[in-house]
Design a protein around this ligand. Structure first.
Ligand SMILES: [Zn+2]
Ligand SMILES: [Zn+2]
Ligand SMILES: [Zn+2]
Length: 142
């Protein structure tokens, strides 16, 4: 998938900065969600932690990235689908957390049936986390 990160930033009225571009590039280049510790370790060393957190929060607010908390309580970030907009995420897909390699995957093609909240309840976000062993780990076991 070819993605133009400058366009993503401009479409969201964000100034194009080297920090924002490198965060997006790193997260989009991986086939699993990216954990905060991984980002801290692998991002350009010139980007300090505060700037990194602020950048992640901005992307989350703008509907560019969604945050997923894994089984260990660590924050992970993944690219949003096209229909996410500022303040309105539609990443109602399952996430899969591998108990062996600890990768967290977005199960984008795996939808669940619509459901109704009980009277009086108003949902804001849905957290769907499956744990198990991923395809990569299962392959190595065989
Ligand atoms: Zn989203
Ligand atoms: Zn795995
Ligand atoms: Zn996801």
């Amino acid at each position: 998938m070819e993605q133009n990160f400058q366009n993503i930033l401009q479409q969201n009225q964000l100034k194009v900065t080297a920090t924002r571009l490198s965060v997006l590039e790193l997260i989009a280049s991986r086939n699993a969600a990216t954990s905060q510790p991984y980002l801290e370790k692998n991002i350009n060393k010139e980007i300090d932690r505060v700037t990194l957190y602020r950048t992640l929060r901005t992307f989350e607010e703008k509907g560019i990235l969604h945050k997923v908390i894994d089984l260990n309580g660590t924050a992970n970030y993944a690219m949003c689908s096209d229909n996410c907009t500022a303040g309105h995420h539609h990443d109602e897909h399952f996430h899969f957390n591998c108990t062996q390699c600890h990768q967290l995957y977005c199960m984008n093609d795996f939808h669940f049936p619509p459901f109704q909240m009980p009277a009086g309840f108003k949902s804001q976000s849905i957290n769907l986390l499956i744990s198990g062993t991923c395809a990569q780990c299962n392959k190595m076991d065989n």
